[in-house]
Design a protein around this ligand. Structure first.
Ligand SMILES: [Zn+2]
Length: 271
């Protein structure tokens, strides 16, 4: 997803009137194309992962299109803090893991049957397989990134690798072998623009899961609730960067972010 035109107010100096510039966003979708088998054309069949990507990018699109802000720098997706821009997009992904949602939008290409419940349950289990280890891996990376940027002395007694090993001793369950040189290839933070910002991946998951849990709590029809949806629109999607993301979150959720929903969505509620 990217933005082409951003919502803003344009004053007409001669008439003292103004017009609102309508926002435009676009999605570039590199999805599975339709295929021809035995001279019969078949519709495009999306994998579950492709549907998740579509929902994710559509969330960015909603964030940009539904803004009510009139100042260019903080309208739509502009001016939103780095560690909160993925809230609307990851929020949308949650719907792809709802039974009620999937049964309404899946169909076997030949029989027309919706997704079987047994397969859905397997997909959920596969998603959460070793989710604890995956989460610890992200936490290890995020801590290393943060410490290497705020508490590391290049001429000090400790090497970058020793710093990482210290962090691993605190959080890792499986310690890599001695020859491992992970920092040498950690391109995200040394070449990818995520320096001191790698934590934002996990933090955005906390925000999006906790926001989504508001829908789970107030669900009236499946996981959909019109009042909660309007509230999300007004307090999160519409405000862009016109106030801090934390203020917006609290305005929507009624409190600061909590971890519980993310742990539950990852199958870790009883751990
Ligand atoms: Zn995204």
């Amino acid at each position: 997803m990217d933005d082409a035109v951003t919502r803003r107010r344009i004053e007409n100096q001669q008439t003292a009137n103004h017009v609102i510039q309508i926002p435009v966003a676009y999605l570039t979708c590199n999805f599975s194309a339709p295929v021809t088998i035995n001279q019969q054309s078949r519709p495009a069949l999306f994998t579950h992962n492709e549907v998740i990507v579509l929902f994710h990018e559509f969330g960015h699109g909603l964030h940009h299109l539904l803004t009510q802000v009139e100042d260019l720098g903080v309208s739509g997706i502009n001016g939103v803090e780095w560690d909160a821009v993925e809230l609307p997009s990851q929020f949308m992904e949650n719907f792809c893991w709802e039974w009620d949602v999937l049964t309404g939008m899946t169909q076997h290409i030949d029989t027309g049957e919706p997704l079987p419940r047994t397969l859905f349950d397997k997909m959920l289990k596969a998603k959460n397989f070793q989710s604890g280890l995956q989460m610890l891996r992200q936490i290890e990376f995020a801590l290393f990134d943060m410490y290497v940027h705020f508490d590391f002395k290049p001429n000090g007694v400790k090497t970058v690798l020793q710093l990482l090993n210290d962090i691993r001793r605190d959080v890792a369950v499986i310690i890599p072998p001695d020859f491992n040189r992970f920092p040498n290839s950690f391109a995200h933070i040394f070449a990818g623009g995520y320096a001191a910002g790698y934590y934002s991946y996990k933090w955005a998951e906390v925000l999006s899961a906790d926001a989504y849990s508001m829908f789970e709590e107030t669900a009236s029809d499946g996981v959909v609730n019109a009042a909660t949806g309007s509230h999300f629109l007004e307090e999160i999607l519409a405000v862009g960067g016109s106030r801090s993301a934390l203020e917006s979150f609290i305005a929507f959720r009624g409190r600061e972010p909590e971890l519980d929903a993310l742990l539950r969505h990852n199958g870790m509620e009883t751990a």
